[in-house]
Write a protein that binds this ligand. Sequence first.
Ligand SMILES: [Zn+2]
Length: 231
Amino acid sequence: MSLAEQLYKLQQFDLELQRSRQELNDVETRLSDDRALVDAESRLAAQREQLEDTRKKQKNAEWELEDLQEKVKRISSKLYSGTTKDSKELVNLEKEVKGLKNQIGPKEDALLGLMSQVEEIEAKVKTAGEEIEQLKREWKQRQETLGQRKSEVETLLAKLEDDRNRLRQQIEPGALNTYERLRLTRGQAVVKVERGKCQGCHITVPTSQWQKAKAGDLIQCTSCSKILYLE
Ligand SMILES: [Zn+2]
């Protein structure tokens, strides 16, 4: 294998490593991304709190209504028992019963309103609970798929690193330095020469240059400085 070919292969390993590391990074990010589930759970918690609150209000309204009906019953029985003879007191009791009875209707309406609110929120809580179960199933499935992909990429990375290091050991340090420097400054270090042109900058490479490159010498393009490689 010529020096240029070694460096070209090294570059392919480096690019592949870069892609695989990026993929590993993405997979790990997705593995830890549970925002959808966390958001759904916090929405459910808020709905449960609202349900609790509305149920309390319903209970209170029921007690108030019972209380009111109890009072009406008590005063009515006092009114009609015949124990009270004083007409002024009787008139007052009648007024009181009437006043209390007037409160019953609105209280009943309010109670009905609260009951239907409770039903509505219960339905929401049920739906949210089902959504969470669904999200959990999806999450579990995704964790499995991503976990599998993660270990595949890790295996690939280990192999790539191994192959790359073995190749590096065969390349002379001076050439490696040039390669690393070009990668840092130009992004790409080795380019092919196709139909006599440098594929880095598309300038025609002098025949003497590409012949030397083909023979295995480390030749850099006079225009873009990249290492020339001929298959
Ligand atoms: Zn060039």
